[in-house]
Design a protein around this ligand. Sequence first.
Ligand code: MLT
Length: 410
Amino acid sequence: MALVNENYLKLPGSYLFSEIARRVNQFKTTNPQADIIRLGIGDVTRPLPPAVIEAMQKGVEEMRSPETFRGYGPEQGYQFLIEKIIENDFVPRGVELSVDEVFVSDGAKSDTANFQELFGVNNIMAVTDPVYPVYVDSNVMAGRTGMFNNDKGQYEGIVYLPCTEENGMKPSLPEKRVDMIYLCFPNNPTGMTLSKEELKLWVEYARENRSILLFDAAYEAYIQEEGVPHSIFEIEGAREVAVEFRSFSKTAGFTGTRCAYTIVPKEVMVYDSKGKAHSLNQLWLRRQTTKFNGASYPVQAGAVAVFSQEGKLQIKETINYYMENARIIREGLQGAGYKVFGGVNAPYIWMKTPNNMGSWEFFDQLMEGANVVGTPGAGFGANGEGYFRLTAFGTRENTLRAIERIRTRM
Ligand code: MLT
């Protein structure tokens, strides 16, 4: 008799975005005429930049001839891409990395979910609340948490760091010692950022407590304001305590193409029960070489074009397009009397629901009344209750129509 991994039974029936898709499909079945605008899941709508398409096509073409055909690539990613990543994303910010500290993958979702495997099951983990659900769910699956407490809307055994209106959506340091801390800035879902000084406190905390910061920077390309850190490694000492997740998905339209990378500096250590230090970089390499065979060659060939001169210009244009959407949503909602956060250095707008309405209730009302789909804040954690997330990744036309409908029909 095959026994189940009972940790899976602690999870809600479906993943947040699958649940939203299910509700939308159900609504569409009973309302086939409804013209639904989807600003729920953060999926991009602009096509891949022409420079990327061209490079990918060339990559595919190379697979045609025996001379240029490539089979298995390095699990860690091709050096030609890793060098460009370091040269363009880190060196200009004063961050030096060696090529074996960058691990190219097929997505930051899988990397952030998989990375926890390297840590002991008894580690105490901390997450912000609200939070991107992948960090929590993957740790639940691994058995690093207790049961879900329905009254609190939280798992036992996780240290939640509330991000509320009172603290400006910025988490405070944990009151008790924690071992693993997930941080995402610019934040999904609140769209807020931390300053260098604020991030420095986390690095200091991690150094004092020998904890590890799992820093998700998937949205760094959306930072518009000067002085907001793009990488945790801009903070002195972070190389000893932090891992950073990056993605081409939101930066360059790779949500369907899949390419990302994770930075694991060689100084980061984890400890065994005898107190002996082990290199997280070596452990991640061991994990990836065993369980992953690398992102495909044409995809990595395409990703490298993100760093070409034309690629950079094309990406900038796309990011500006989405950030104009963000402005339209932010100002449109403010004009209609809603309280909003984010949308300045991030493609997410976090709004307070009207009259303290529950976020799933608002989800239903918005879908039924305005045929606009967003993401209920409660889906990101207990402190997300009473909030709602809209993404700036829609088309301009749909963004304008959605705001108009919210203003006139809600
Ligand atoms: C989101 O909507 O939060 C994102 O699409 C999630 C993701 O990138 O996996």
